[in-house]
Design a protein around this ligand. Structure first.
Ligand code: GLU
Length: 276
């Protein structure tokens, strides 16, 4: 068994991260397996060396250990590029020059006031650039979901879960997910593409992540089928919420592990706070 924790160094780790990391660590320990760490720093405009250093410090303080060197996504751009080349060679990608406003406008026309429909990756793309044949190198790359599902017609429904108990249909992907961006214009990759390739390279057998990523997991399973990669077991855990019931976010500095540490909490206190 191999589990992983894959934080982005864009802010302090908070209680929700501690919960996820501890669950993944404990699961590997219990099975005599390995726990790995990965730094998800494809968004170079937001990633900071200080946050990365704080991640190592907080996790070590919590009592976690992991093999080094730690995988960093910023070192793997060529791997992402090759995978995009493979998908492109299958005719599954197209260039998109739409910004958020263009998408909103396309969705709300012709009827004024129609609310955009949201999928796991934001607004479901209305397909404006699908047949535009843009050649602009600075464009984003989108996955043609209908074509992707067509190619995998024999594989549906796609199963996943910790015991293969969930399944994904083609129509769900086409209607509720749509043509997602696989390479952002400013990054050359995306969270979805990178996470799938990295989990495969790191031979992760068990992905432990929050319930908030359940819908995103469906995209990951689809990409695994398209790229001929194994699907790990997925364990989606409950979310840690504040007193008002709101899910903790990176900007909730009040819940930062570093803050609790500074206030004299022990690692055992943190475990107790998240119900472990
Ligand atoms: N970097 C992602 C996060 O911090 C990784 C989560 C995942 O893929 O499981 O939410």
């Amino acid at each position: 068994m191999r589990t992983r924790f894959a934080p982005s160094p864009t802010g302090p780790l908070h209680l929700g991260h501690a919960f996820s990391a501890l669950l993944a660590y404990d699961m590997a320990q219990k099975a005599g397996g390995e726990f790995h760490l990965r730094i998800e720093d494809i968004d170079q405009s937001r990633a900071r060396a200080e946050w990365e250093a704080q991640i190592y410090d907080d996790l070590a303080w919590l009592g976690l250990t992991w093999p080094t060197p730690v995988m960093r996504q910023s070192d793997r751009m060529s791997v992402y590029k090759d995978a995009l080349g493979l998908l492109d060679s299958k005719g599954l990608l197209y260039r998109c020059t739409c910004n958020r406003r263009d998408i909103e406008a396309a969705i709300s026309a012709p009827q004024e006031g129609v609310k955009p429909v949201f999928g796991p990756d934001g607004m479901i793309y209305p397909g404006t650039c699908r047949n535009a044949a843009h050649t602009d190198d600075a464009a984003a790359l989108r996955l043609d979901m209908a074509k992707a599902c067509d190619l995998l017609a024999d594989h549906f429904p796609l199963g996943f879960g910790d015991n293969g108990q969930h399944s994904i249909t083609a129509s769900e992907l086409i209607n509720n997910v749509g043509d997602i961006v696989l390479a952002r214009r400013d990054m050359g990759t995306s969270y979805h593409l990178s996470v799938v390739l990295d989990d495969a390279t790191q031979n992760v057998t068990d992905v432990v992540r929050g319930q908030d990523l359940f819908e995103a997991t469906k995209i990951h399973v689809l990409l695994q089928h398209l790229l001929d990669l194994p699907t790990p077991r997925y364990h989606h855990h409950r979310l840690i919420r504040d007193q008002a019931g709101k899910r903790l976010a990176k900007r909730d500095d009040a819940r930062a592990i570093a803050k609790y540490r500074a206030d004299g909490a022990t690692p055992a206190d943190i475990r107790e706070m998240v119900g472990l």
